[in-house]
Write a protein of this length. Structure first.
Lengths: 437, 448
């Protein structure tokens, strides 16, 4: 059986696996709003993905958490409906709206049935453009946000993240949690939330994608209704965030059996010409597959962890390369030492031809599998727009992966990886490990 | 007229007009059950093999062996080296994983549809040919201990849940965690794993689910080619686990941990599961969970405790009926600032009593019915979710017909059915009420 399997596996490596079956239409509404659309009339609903660039990084100085609290309140009452009436109206239509905010964008993910789409769009319009921010809702949701902040203060992963970003970015928006602190959230007023709303919900930062049972004409009309009255301009984007963290280890003592380590250094911008080389290099170093070096060395060979990985994390105003591992307090020092060695080995020697071939086959084959369902496709399309890509990126993306050479990776690994600047934040009671500063 | 530019991105369009929920079921001669779910929107396939064995089938003292074996299934066969399985899947652009629960263990891959035969050859190979090196077993045991650290020991709410579950089941092995109790995990051996493997991993104990851009006849031919030659196991016994005796006394427990940020109250009631041909009670309980604590703003507990009395920050109710033996119906609540767990529990009991007295709000009930119907439309967008639905049901004592009847059973439920189920299940004699707390504040040494 091994020969049969092996030869079949070899035979198919040359054949490119399936390509994604999507046809993107670039739609502009009569009112001038752009969107990407994939029509698919098989299932009678549409997934709509909306993004407002800027996100929680638009929080005004001293108002950390305002955008986050504001976002949570968008589904807590609109127009003439208080929050429970809004929820009843949404549920009666079996529509689903998810409002979320991150460091760089506010997102709205909506699913609407074809049979009552007009009513669902009207309801979503009211949430987006006529939110009430009732004092009753503000106090109730403020209590939930503060509860989350208190939970994060006892969660090793959240503590590690908060510490790393504070050390890396200081007072810049990236330097603190988007939730804010108990004090900053406690102090937010309704006016602060209205300011946050005006800062981020605006047409000059709007991106839209739709996938499912809708035509281009219908989508154009839908957008003009949905965004009728949307202000033209929001708050100015923050400037670049300076990365200020050097190498070393920061220990955050916390009583728990397994230490969590978050590690990172400066990364690479998404539009850097070397981004694909860096992306493939990271897949070989710390990708999700079992073949990745970190997984192989830390888990498979030594059994030091359940999971270890690294990733490129390009944001709008800074770029990081990060990773995470968790090991029992007695063993985390060894895990960290292995990771540091692998970081240095990659920086010094790059990858082998064989590793590169495997990574390429995996990455190019896995790409079309991401396009599985209306919601996931809509999220991919809106992400592409925000990164400034064109629709044909989908067909050229695998060529860019395949064009990466061993030499490219050697050069990029030397440039990008800085083993001496790799910083570990460790939360727990690790044995044989101390802070370096 | 809207101005529409058609930026054509010509890709391979394989979509055929077919419903995403087109399902075909058949059984191979060796007893392996097969379900094919067609979805031709993208040239992708999900290939899953589910075994009708899980943590609740483990021998006494060997907790965690079902899950440990699941990890070891990636450590090679006579034909495929350690780790090679995943590498071959990845070399074909696919991804693979596995999971273990109380009633089932499943292995699955997502890959381009034309690689289905390769996936079957690999999965069929490790159904019978597993070989394990001693050092791989030792290392992997450390990995599962780190998994326990990550999932359970590092998370006070997971420890709380483990303790509650152990108290819920007086006799049934559902009270034992899937990951295992640490002291038993530390003693698991290669011999334990292989014994479990040889007993349960056989075609007549397995369900094959293939979902995606496939033709049922081709799947049948491939399944016969790859799985058909495997001998069925002759010594498979019916799945008869120790059952619960009548539960006559409420259990109460408090778990205290300094890592608790937010105190919480959780109460679970022993509840009936979906049974083949008899799913009505489970359907009524599905409504009951949604009515009591589905969407916060639009549910009985949310309305009374989050909005009216401001007793709670969060409330929820959940019920999952797909289970081989008795399952649970659970209520959870996070008290608002300044509200004790005792006060929160009193408010919860008052809200439940009012619900039992007043009955179901017809408007909320109608809205739920619409949402449940719509959820079937949305579910068709997630082929992997559909595949899991069938896999879980068929390894929990249900049939393809039960899965297909479920949406109609849900639509047939009346408010009277819901109240009858509520009266039966919301009985504290077979409930566990748990408090999750911080330790009492240390007395300050200097008070001035």
């Amino acid at each position: 059986m091994i020969r049969f399997v092996a030869s079949l596996a070899l035979a198919v490596i040359v054949a490119l696996p399936a390509r994604a079956a999507v046809e993107i239409q670039d739609v502009t509404s009569p009112g001038g709003i752009g969107a990407w659309l994939v029509e698919d009339h098989e299932i009678p609903f549409v997934a709509l993905e909306i993004r407002f660039k800027g996100g929680a990084s638009l929080d005004a100085p001293g108002k950390r958490g305002a955008t986050n609290l504001m976002t949570a309140l968008l589904e807590e009452g609109a127009a003439d409906m208080e929050s429970r009436a809004f929820a009843r109206a949404r549920d009666a239509l079996a529509a689903s709206f998810r409002f979320d905010v991150g460091r760089d964008a506010l997102s709205v993910s909506a699913k609407m049935l074809t049979e009552n789409r007009d009513q669902a769009v009207e309801l979503l319009r009211q949430a987006l453009l006529e939110p009430r921010f009732d004092q009753e809702a503000i106090e109730r949701v403020r209590g939930q946000v503060i509860s989350n902040i208190q939970s994060d203060a006892k969660d090793p992963d959240a503590i590690a993240s908060e510490t790393f970003f504070r050390l890396a970015f200081g007072d810049a928006p990236y330097g603190s949690s988007i939730d804010g602190t108990e004090e900053s959230v406690q102090a937010l007023t309704r006016d602060d939330l209205l300011d946050a709303y005006r800062g981020v919900i605006a047409r000059d930062r709007l991106y839209v994608a739709a996938v499912g049972d809708i035509t281009a004409e219908e989508l154009g009309a839908l957008m003009d209704r949905l965004f009728d009255g949307l202000p033209a301009q929001g708050a100015p984007m923050p400037g670049p965030a300076e990365y200020r963290l050097g190498g070393g280890t920061t220990l955050v003592p916390f009583d728990t059996p397994q230490a969590v380590a978050l590690f990172g250094q400066e990364g690479m911008d998404r539009d850097d010409p070397d981004f694909f080389a860096a992306y493939v290099m990271n897949e070989i170093l710390g990708g999700s597959g079992f073949g990745a070096r970190l997984m192989e060395e830390v888990r498979v060979k030594r059994g030091l962890t359940y999971g270890v990985y690294s990733y490129l994390y390009p944001m709008d105003h800074a770029a990081l390369m990060m990773g995470r591992v968790a090991s029992a307090n007695a063993r985390v020092a060894e895990a960290i030492s292995v990771i540091r060695d692998e970081w240095a080995r990659m920086e010094e020697a790059g990858v082998t031809e064989e590793e590169l071939d495997k990574a390429k086959t995996y990455l190019t084959g896995a790409y079309p599998l991401r396009f599985d369902g209306n919601g996931p496709i809509a999220r991919i399309l809106v992400g592409m727009q925000m990164e400034g890509l064109t629709p044909d990126y989908i067909v050229t993306r695998n060529d860019k992966i395949n064009a990466v050479s061993v030499e490219d990776i050697r050069r990029v690994a030397k440039d990008l990886l800085q083993p001496e600047r790799l910083h570990f934040v460790v939360v727990g009671r690790p044995e044989g490990l101390d802070s370096t500063n | 007229m809207p101005s529409i530019r058609l930026a054509l991105v010509a890709l391979m369009l394989l979509a055929l007009p077919a419903r995403a929920d087109k399902v075909t079921g058949f059984t191979l001669d060796n007893g392996m059950e097969v379900v094919v779910i067609e979805d031709h929107r993208a040239p992708v396939v999900v290939h899953m093999v589910w075994y009708r064995v899980g943590a609740a089938d483990e021998p006494p003292g060997k907790s965690g062996i079902a899950h440990f074996l699941e990890h070891l299934m990636f450590k090679g066969t006579e034909n495929v080296g350690p780790g090679e399985f995943s590498r071959i899947v990845e070399a074909n652009g696919g991804s693979d994983n596995a999971f273990t629960s109380w009633d089932q263990t499943a292995y699955f891959q997502r890959v381009a549809a034309d690689r289905l035969g390769l996936m079957m050859s690999l999965e069929a190979d490790r159904m019978t040919n597993l070989t394990l090196a001693d050092e791989d077993v030792q290392t992997e045991r450390n990995v599962i201990l780190e998994e326990r650290n990550q999932r359970t020991d590092n998370d006070p709410s997971a420890l709380f849940s483990e303790q509650r579950r152990a108290a819920q089941y007086l006799n049934h092995p559902y009270g034992i965690p899937v990951i295992g109790w640490r002291q038993e995990m530390e003693g698991l051996t290669k011999a334990d794993a292989l014994k479990f493997y040889k007993t349960y991993y056989a075609p007549n104990d397995a369900v094959l689910i293939v979902a995606g851009d496939v033709d049922p006849d081709e799947v049948r031919a491939l399944a016969e080619e790859h799985y058909g030659a495997i001998e069925p196991s002759a010594d498979l016994q019916p799945r008869a686990r120790p059952q619960e005796p009548p539960q006559l006394a409420e259990r109460r427990l408090t778990y205290t941990d300094p890592r608790v940020a937010q105190p919480a109250l959780v109460r679970s009631y022993l509840a009936p599961e979906r049974d083949p041909g008899a799913q009505k009670k489970a359907a009524a309980l599905t409504y009951l969970a949604e009515l009591l604590g589905g969407s916060g703003a639009n549910s009985v507990l949310g309305d009374k405790l989050e909005y009216e009395t401001r007793t709670a920050l969060y409330t929820s109710a959940y019920y999952y009926g797909t289970s081989l033996d008795d399952t649970t119906f659970t209520l959870a609540l996070v008290p608002a600032e300044g509200v004790s767990l005792e006060e929160a529990e009193a408010a919860l009991d008052k809200a439940l009593a009012e619900f039992m007295r007043d009955g179901v709000d017809q408007q909320l009930f109608d809205s739920l019915k619409t949402q449940l119907r719509a959820s079937e439309i949305y579910a068709r967008d997630n082929i992997q979710g559909l595949a899991r639905r069938y896999g879980r049901a068929l390894t929990s004592g249900l049939t393809v017909a039960d899965v297909q009847a479920w949406p109609e059973v849900l639509q047939s439920i009346t408010p009277q059915d819901v109240m009858a189920a509520a009266h039966e299940v919301l009985n504290r004699e077979h409930a566990v009420t748990g408090y999750l707390e911080r330790p009492a504040a240390e007395p300050a040494e200097v008070t001035q």
